[in-house]
Design a protein around this ligand. Structure first.
Ligand SMILES: [Zn+2]
Ligand SMILES: [Zn+2]
Length: 398
């Protein structure tokens, strides 16, 4: 791994005490010995991270809110359904499925830890889990910044006004509306996610964080930084979706039993970074049959494989819930029987088991690229394709 100090060039002044501390914080990975006081500290921090992670889930810290919810998300990327529009028994059933979905995600995260050795042959990566908990905490603060940022809110208000002028072409209702809403939601997600992989700024300043981990599980999965409004995989989808939803308005209130079926499927595929579900899928023909239409845990885990680059060299399986769009656009890859290795395609990439490097390294790298190259190259460095290399490349691991 090349550290940034060796890439800065020139003579560096001797660092002060604060400088030395910062350098040590930057360079050292979070590692604990598996004996003595270091083991005791690791167990205490890991237990704290697990309890804190569970507590952050609404189903644990505010069960009442979920049990008395006025609306429910039936399927990812489909606008939520007002439960008052349903009969009391169907509304109650949907609430219980929503609770079950949240508990199932927590259960899968824990099963990943328990069965990690059996499934992967390697010990669970506790340091990665602690690091990701810290990183995710920092990244969620970024989301707060984006929401509070007045210029961003002004821009979104202008965008809302623009969307209002989009004409409606088709009005749909019932089960047909539900199917179309699912197709539209995933179409928007597919293209925004693919753009995140293919465009330098979205990839290098955002989505790369979600793909860095080489020991990926539900508990070691980093979210994306929220401080740039459009870099997260869902960001562009959030802009595309209102337009698509205005063109094809979908009223899913009368979809009846289809609501229940889709919500159960959403529950099954929601823990999409679970190695336990990947393993279960490899044993169950019924679960594998779902891949024909849906992005099962196995299909999304393949998206994180560092072994399958796909036709565009940037990856496969970009859909969130449907495998349909990947099949249509030629980016679908069937999950392998063995769990694939995850992480970035570059084998020299920094694992960043260090929250500072995890958060800042991609920004530092792009900053150095801008410094090393002419201003005329800057648009390509920021907005170019991810396979673009600037004329004066930065010799520093990703
Ligand atoms: Zn991705
Ligand atoms: Zn993912």
């Amino acid at each position: 791994m090349n550290n940034f100090e060796s890439t800065l060039g020139g003579k560096m002044p001797a660092p002060s005490a604060v400088g030395k501390l910062l350098l040590a914080l930057w360079q050292n990975d979070l590692r604990f010995k598996r004996s003595g006081w270091q083991l005791a500290l690791l167990v205490a921090i890991a237990a704290g991270a697990i309890v804190y992670g569970a507590w952050q889930q609404e189903v644990i810290h505010n069960f009442g809110a979920l049990a008395n919810a006025q609306s429910a998300t039936i399927f990812y990327m489909v606008p939520s359904l007002a439960l008052g529009t349903q009969g009391p028994s169907l509304a109650a059933l949907l609430v219980w499925i929503a609770i079950g979905r949240a508990l199932f995600a927590i259960l899968c995260a824990w099963l990943d830890m328990v069965f990690h050795k059996k499934i992967t042959g390697r010990a669970f990566d506790w340091e990665s889990m602690i690091n990701v908990a810290l990183v995710n905490g920092l990244f969620s603060l970024g989301a707060l910044f984006a929401v509070l940022n007045q210029p961003i809110r002004n821009l979104l208000a202008h965008y809302d006004a623009l969307v209002a002028s989009v004409p409606t072409l088709v009005d749909l209702n019932g089960s047909v509306a539900l199917v179309v809403a699912v197709l539209i939601g995933d179409f928007c997600f597919y293209w925004s996610h693919r753009l995140c992989h293919e465009t330098r700024c979205f990839w290098n300043l955002g989505h790369i964080s979600h793909h860095r981990n080489r020991n990926l599980t539900q508990m070691t999965c980093a979210i994306e930084p929220g401080w740039l409004p459009l870099q997260a995989a869902g960001g562009l989808a959030l802009l595309l979706l209102p337009v698509a939803s205005k063109l094809f308005t979908t009223d899913i209130r009368d979809a009846g039993v289809a609501l229940v079926v889709l919500m159960v499927i959403d529950t099954l595929v929601d823990p999409s970074h679970s190695i336990f579900l990947y393993w279960l899928e490899s044993k169950s023909r019924l679960l594998r049959a779902l891949r024909a239409v849906f992005v099962t845990a196995g299909v999304h885990y393949m998206h994180h494989s560092n072994e399958v680059t796909g036709p565009h060299g940037t990856g496969v399986n970009f859909g969130a819930r449907l495998s349909v769009w990947d099949r249509v656009f030629g980016t679908y890859a069937e999950p392998t029987t063995e769990l694939p290795r995850t992480g970035l395609f570059d084998p020299e990439a920094d694992l960043c088991v260090n929250p500072l490097r995890y958060v800042l390294r991609p920004y530092l790298r792009m900053g150095l690229e801008l410094r090393r190259n002419k201003m005329s190259d800057w648009p390509f460095i920021v907005f170019g394709s991810t396979d673009y290399e600037p004329p004066n490349p930065v010799r520093m691991s990703r």
